[in-house]
Write a protein that binds this ligand. Sequence first.
Ligand code: ADP
Ligand code: MG
Length: 473
Amino acid sequence: MYKAVIGLEVHCELNTESKMFSGSKNTYSKVPNENISVIDLAFPGILPLPNKEAIRKALKLAMALNCEVPDIVKFDRKNYYYPDLPKGYQLTQMTKPFGRNGHLTINFNGEEKKCTIHQLHLEEDTANMDHYDGYSLLDYNRAGIPLVEIVTDPVFNDEKTVIEFLESLRSIIKYIDVSEASSDKGQLRVDVNISMMKETDTELGVRAEIKGINSFNSVKEIILYEMERQREILESGGQVKQETRRWVDDEKVTVSMREKVDAIDYKFYVEPNIPVVKLDKEFLDEIRKEIPALPYERELKYISLGVNSKDARTLVREKAISDFFESVLSLGGDAKDAANWMTTRLLGFMNTNNKTIEEVYLTPEMLVELINMVKSGKISSQQAKEVFASVLEEEKSPSEIVKEKGMEQISDPDLIRDIVNKVLDENPSQLETYKSGKTNIIGFFVGQVLKASGGKANPGVASKILNEEIVKR
Ligand code: ADP
Ligand code: MG
């Protein structure tokens, strides 16, 4: 029996104003070669100037991933020639990466898994190449965009855990606002390293590397495909080659690109044009302070407040939604009730109307108001659903709607007793049925009382008084 061993290299473009070493705009553009400068194109005599914001953001991500961070900034040249790299070398961090020995804890099917991160470093992105029949096109908009690379240890054994890790990572990246992390815009790209080994083996097997994957769904398909491909080779007595492979999406297969016998010698050396800079403690502390409570921490907190784990997961997926929920909690709103309203009706409304939580009329204050109206018996939970919908659609506060629709719940026993007796008078045959022992027909009477009161009678009070009055008959 073979099991898979998987390690990831995740590349994430940072959302800074300008590029890593030039003043060119760092924005996604469909117009090729729009955001470029002589620095990005490596004209002779140019000098790189590191982007402080990119440094802050890369360090922030390293900290959020529990990495050890260095006390200096130092860049190295990684020498190789490729058309997407006009300088003939890439500026990266080889000797002093911004992060080492980090981890990201994920929760998978109720089990906690600590995914260890070997290294995180900051570098510059390369140009984009499109290959056609006999020629290629180069777009340098991407050249020089600050890029963070996160390298995990080979700690994964199946595609599901990998996807969970990637989803969690993306969510953290967005929580700390260092990247939009959009796969469609190529801002998050994954290299998958995968090998197979026997449960009893002590050494890792030979791996294949599949580079530059920009959809999580492809990551999943590639892992499943490679597991099968490598298993077949090994089971028939063959050996897996160490190589770089490419995913052909149309055919759903990986094909060999190049064999990787020895490690390529990149002749790394310290970039001489960028002085080594000391990172002082205050600068690092300031960055650390900006990191908000992260999704997994929030998820555990919500579960401890009685929210079920599925809802807790839904609430933390997006920071803005989780922040809304946090505000409800800090206003004293009931966690379970709020989670319920939010995961069902609020997210449902946002989905159908294609609105973000910032765009809906409902505020945390209004949600707390509504929850408390039900708790205090002012309106019934049935009425609350109507109020909730009206808040979103008519853009008025819960109290305004309750007033306008004359919705206050009737809890006055005398008023309800009158209605109860009227209902009992009008339904003699159902009363017979009840008396003959079929007591669950009580639900019918409660329904009639609610109807007769225009939905305003408090159902709890109504059913109590119904029981009292039926006995008298
Ligand atoms: P390189 O720089 O040549 O790609 P690294 O040793 O830095 O090689 O490893 C890169 C990635 O490959 C890491 O994510 C690591 O976890 C993973 N990896 C290394 N060895 C294996 C293996 N035998 N099987 C699966 N993944 C591996
Ligand atoms: Mg690699």
